[in-house]
Design a protein around this ligand. Structure first.
Ligand SMILES: Cc1cc2nc3c(=O)[nH]c(=O)nc-3n(C[C@H](O)[C@H](O)[C@H](O)COP(=O)(O)OP(=O)(O)OC[C@H]3O[C@@H](n4cnc5c(N)ncnc54)[C@H](O)[C@@H]3O)c2cc1C
Length: 292
């Protein structure tokens, strides 16, 4: 029996645990992999306050050390189900826990194009986050794959940094009118509709892409913005309000299930960043403290 179980040791879960522990609330944090989450996939973070530039691995290590110094132990285990009677029952691959509160901080997996070389080119020309990596492509030609709101938001962001931004859409743009109009007013954004990326051209880094109309684009960066899949299969026993696959919360990070909070990338929100994930974690923990 524990007061609060945090599922996932990315920045959201680690921040929640830190705030809970400092508030004197008994907390256990479960992580199926290595603490750090998606941060571990990037070698340069330049937008997290307090660090001019730091690798994702180093930032993750600093965060997990901070937890360790506070006496918070991260249990290496995968949560397979969460159910609720009067309390929450959290089942993992190896054990079962009972808790008054659960904070879900399990993040999401960005959807991939599934093309040859995609994994190897991560951080070497291929990225899933323009806000994170756009600055590495200053004055270069880049492309974005995707036609939704996030793809166009990223295109607008990149258009202020990069020389030319191609937006490659499988069919037509699905984004809101306001974003479409903003994009139209940008001279350096080119929309390519009804087009697919056939394959990547690369040596040790991406140098271009071949399109299914026979054209080749010489670009230094390709941003894939075709959505993400939140990790929440283990919540299927609970009736949680979901929007577009993400957990809906109020401003306190409470889901529709009393006592269950969602923080970070698994939550339905506008901005998916380390700093916003850490902020969500702090808010959830402080909301739980308020109740106790
Ligand atoms: C390539 C890349 C580069 C990025 N660069 C930046 C950047 O420069 N700046 C920035 O601000 N943001 C960046 N981001 C975004 C940032 O990494 C995420 O917004 C942030 O990590 C989200 O934090 P989170 O804690 O919500 O989720 P995550 O970091 O995804 O952590 C979730 C954790 O939960 C664990 N987990 C999942 N399911 C279970 C389960 N069933 N049981 C136990 N554990 C589970 C996972 O193993 C993982 O460790 C980048 C993302 C990517 C992919």
């Amino acid at each position: 029996m524990v007061k609060c179980i945090v599922i996932g040791a990315g920045p959201a879960g680690m921040s929640a645990s830190l705030y809970l522990k400092r508030a004197g609330i008994d907390v256990l944090i479960m992580e199926e992999g290595v603490p750090g989450g998606e941060m571990l996939k990037t070698d340069k973070i330049e937008n997290y306050l307090g660090f001019d530039s730091i690798s994702g691995g180093d930032l993750a290590l600093k965060m997990s050390k901070q937890l360790k110094n506070l006496g918070i132990s991260i249990i290496k285990d995968k949560v397979v189900s969460v159910s609720k009677k009067d309390k929450f029952i959290v089942k993992t691959l190896n054990s079962e826990y009972v808790a008054d509160y659960v904070i879900v901080a399990t993040g999401r997996v960005p959807l991939k194009l599934g093309l040859k070389g995609e994994n190897d080119l991560l951080n070497r020309g291929v990225s899933y986050c323009a806000t994170c990596d756009g600055a590495f492509y200053r004055d270069e030609d880049v492309a974005i794959v995707g036609g939704g709101d996030s793809a166009l938001t990223e295109a607008l962001y990149l258009s202020d940094i990069c020389h030319k931004v191609y937006v490659i859409v499988r069919k037509d743009l699905r984004a809101s009118e306001i974003l479409k109009n903003r994009v139209k007013n940008k001279d350096n954004i080119v929309i390519l509709k009804n087009i697919l990326v056939n394959d990547f051209v690369f040596d040790d880094r991406l140098t271009g892409i071949n399109l299914n109309n026979g054209d080749k684009l010489a670009i230094k960066g390709l941003f894939i913005a075709i959505g993400g899949k939140p990790n929440l299969d283990f919540l299927s026993d609970l009736k949680i309000d979901i929007n577009n696959g993400y957990i809906k919360t109020n401003e306190k990070m409470e889901s529709s299930v009393k006592g269950l909070y969602a923080v970070g990338d698994v939550r339905d929100k506008d901005f998916y960043q380390i700093i916003t994930a850490a902020s969500d974690g702090a808010v959830a923990a402080l909301s739980i403290r308020e109740e106790n």
